[in-house]
Design a protein around this ligand. Structure first.
Ligand code: ATP
Ligand code: MG
Length: 683
């Protein structure tokens, strides 16, 4: 007898579950996606014990007929796909017909569903993949799926689950993400003890960000929107003899980007606060991560990361979503086009906005290791038993590819800080979205007999737009747009502080400008510009400068020699381990020149890992430019006459990124008129 056997459905489903379901958050993800695909406008997620004991997702979507509800748990049963061709243009979040059978193979599932037009609905119980019970039940339109005792029959998997608070944090991050992608829908996340997310419908993403993350986060973010026709993106045209005159070529559509990105002063130590959605699907993608890092290159330090919420929309044919069982990765048909589009749109937005760093905000702008963007109320409430320890934090710094690998879709555990209330006490008592009173109600709803716990039990006015959020978001946006760095060129310098900082006044308030980094930014951009047109000005040194190098450093030097040459250096070997520098870029001489060369060689030798060896030329180019700029810029403790200060401000205003020096430090801080008035108790 042969050895090979076809696996039973039950085993096959458990294997699939291994890929699709690895923790409560992934169950929530699948159920949320199903609800969204079913056209739900209101989705309520309840969890107990971080989702280990119970996950219940209730929606008001189209529901299922009795037959369909039975079929839904069959492997490869889906209503979203018919032919292989459909795979090329998937417009739904699900399509594999795998999620429900996988979940049902490792948990006890109760499904309640009704289409609303047949009168009766269906209640179905299934555990470990076996249907236990099916009956008719009077239910409102929509679907509620309860998943209890996750991994009850696969103890090995159960062991991998983390503390309840950790699992809850992952679930929270997930619900938050989907709520962000669908501001027009009502999302709720409720645990046994309190409401974690309650986001009634709003019209704009800004309002949703306000609802979920609060005022401060929204104020630190800037909007971006861009569009590019795909036709001009290098799509191959069919040859003339293949073109059908009767049927003109289909318009390939557009690439659209909307979203929010952080001002340079807001920095994170990891990429957990970068969220990318493609056609409203949350994904992780190295390519786009790279594009975002590139957009911020030389605006924030290379070891810091921005906060970015990016929503990309493109025709479904342009993106293959069928590359990962959990559907968290995608493949773009025109990879480099998408990459460059994202990088350039963000970069342009940054250049255009030129946000001024607030004096007070800059004080605590050191990169934070904050786990992720978390809803303001998601930190464990006082009295929460579980003390949470972070798990699976991606490595800090290092190369982006390795980090992208460990990028988590779910947020890291929130630190155990006391809950921050999003508004002042007054708005809380008016029934703001985080209403402690509602915690009790939500808990009560959890224990109502199922059926009653459906969506009709919501408070009056649910489904209506959240007017408070709209008003508050508009106010934050109005304040945010007030000050930008365009004013720099018209400032009146008054003098220096300790011969290091320029003090200047303008209509917006009092400015303090770091003279060294300001000049550094001016030089940096000039060097890159001149380098582009091969016009870096070099100056001959009166006496060649002799530099001693170690053998390994000579190897590094050989690698960067050509780039140095293009930047105005003339360097010749002078013995086996000595170099003679005969010319250097204008403004760089003496010990500064020596230090600059040592720095570039040092930085380049630290890069001898393979990833860095292949590092594109742009990175090396900007590193050398940054180093030349830093070492030839006006130093601190240097007196400047008024004309020089004025020149510096004018030139700074002309740069594309007057916000920060090439190493990411702020250049100009604004003590705004409003802050000044407030500090003097005038308003
Ligand atoms: N909340 C829901 N409301 C209405 N129909 C649903 C709901 N959840 C599931 N279904 C139906 O059950 C089918 C199976 O769901 P399942 O999640 O297993 O597969 P899928 O969504 O088609 O694909 P995937 O495995 O990629 O999620 C769906 O195609 C859909 O027709
Ligand atoms: Mg699905």
């Amino acid at each position: 007898m042969g050895l090979i056997r076809v696996l039973s459905d039950q085993v096959a489903n458990q294997i699939a579950a291994g890929e699709v379901v690895d923790r409560p958050a992934s169950v929530v993800k699948e159920l949320l996606e199903n609800a969204l695909d079913a056209g739900a406008n209101r989705i309520r997620v309840e969890v107990e014990a971080g989702g280990r004991r119970l996950i219940r997702v209730a929606d008001d979507g189209q529901g299922m007929s009795r037959d369909d509800s039975l079929l839904a748990f069959e492997r490869h049963a889906t209503s979203k796909l018919r032919t292989a061709d459909d795979l090329l243009s998937i417009a739904t979040l699900g399509f594999r017909g795998e999620a429900l059978p996988s979940i049902a193979s490792v948990a006890r599932v109760t499904l309640e569903t009704a289409t609303g037009d047949e009168g009766a609905g269906t209640r179905l119980e299934i555990a470990g993949g076996k249907i236990l019970h099916v009956e008719d039940a009077a239910l409102p339109r929509g679907t509620t799926i309860a998943v209890a005792d996750l991994f009850f029959n696969t103890p090995a998997r159960r062991k991998f689950l983390r503390a309840e608070a950790t699992e809850l944090a992952h679930v929270t991050a997930l619900v938050t993400h989907y709520a962000l992608a669908h501001p027009e829908k009502h999302f709720e996340l409720v645990s046994a003890t309190h409401t974690i997310v309650s986001a009634p419908p709003v019209t704009r993403t800004a309002e949703r960000i306000y609802q979920i993350f609060g005022k401060d986060t929204l104020a630190a973010l800037l909007p971006v929107a861009a569009e590019a026709p795909l036709a001009h993106g290098g799509l191959p045209e069919p040859p003339p003899w293949k073109r059908d005159e009767a049927e003109p070529a289909k318009d390939p559509g557009h690439l659209r980007l909307t979203g929010f990105y952080s001002k340079p002063e807001l920095q994170k130590l990891n990429r957990n606060s970068i969220y990318i959605f493609v056609n409203k699907r949350l994904i992780r993608d190295r390519l786009l991560m790279h594009a975002i890092t590139e957009a911020y290159r030389n605006v924030i330090p290379p070891t810091s990361f921005p906060v970015v919420l990016l929503f990309l929309e493109m025709p479904p044919e342009e993106v293959d979503v069928n590359v990962h069982p959990a559907k968290t990765e995608v493949r773009f048909r025109q990879q480099s086009l998408v990459h460059d589009f994202v990088r350039d749109s963000l970069r342009t937005a940054l250049i255009k906005a030129r946000p001024a760093a607030g004096f007070l905000a800059a004080l605590d702008s050191a990169p934070t290791a904050s786990p992720s963007l978390m809803p303001v109320a998601a930190s464990p409430l006082p009295g929460t038993p579980d003390h949470v320890a972070p798990d699976s934090d991606p490595p800090e710094g290092g190369n982006w590819a390795a980090q992208a690998e460990s990028f988590q879709l779910a947020a890291q555990t929130p630190p155990p800080i006391p809950v921050r209330l999003p508004f002042d006490a007054a708005s809380m008592s008016q029934g703001g979205w985080l209403d402690r009173q509602a915690f009790g109600d939500a808990a009560a709803a959890l224990f109502r007999p199922s059926g009653e716990a459906g969506l009709e039990g919501c408070e009056p006015g649910a489904g209506a737009m959240d007017q408070d959020a709209a008003r508050a978001a508009a106010q934050v946006e109005a304040e945010r747009s007030a000050a930008n760095l365009n004013e720099l060129g018209s400032l009146r310098p008054m003098g220096q502080l300790r011969e290091s900082f320029i003090l200047a006044t303008g209509d917006d308030g009092l400015w303090i400008i770091d003279q060294h980094v300001a000049h550094e930014r001016i030089l940096f951009e000039k060097i890159l510009r001149d380098r582009q047109v091969e016009q870096v000005q070099r100056q001959r040194l009166l006496m060649p400068l002799l530099v001693e190098l170690k053998a390994s450093q000579m190897v590094v030097f050989a690698r960067i020699a050509e780039e140095l040459d293009r930047n105005g250096f003339e360097v010749e070997p002078f013995g086996p381990q000595t170099l003679a520098v005969k010319a250097a870029p204008v403004g760089l001489e003496g010990s500064a020149l020596e230090r600059m060369l040592a720095e570039v060689i040092e930085q380049s030798s630290a890069d001898s890992t393979e990833a860095k060896q292949n590092e594109d030329l742009t990175a090396l180019r900007t590193r050398i430019a940054a180093s030349i700029a830093c070492h030839s810029a006006i130093k601190v403790n240097t007196p400047l006459d008024p004309a020089r200060m004025e020149w510096l401000l004018l030139e700074l205003a002309k740069t594309s990124h007057p916000t920060s020096c090439p190493h990411g430090r702020p250049i100009a801080l604004l003590y705004s008129w409003k802050e000044i008035q407030r500090a003097f108790h005038r308003i």
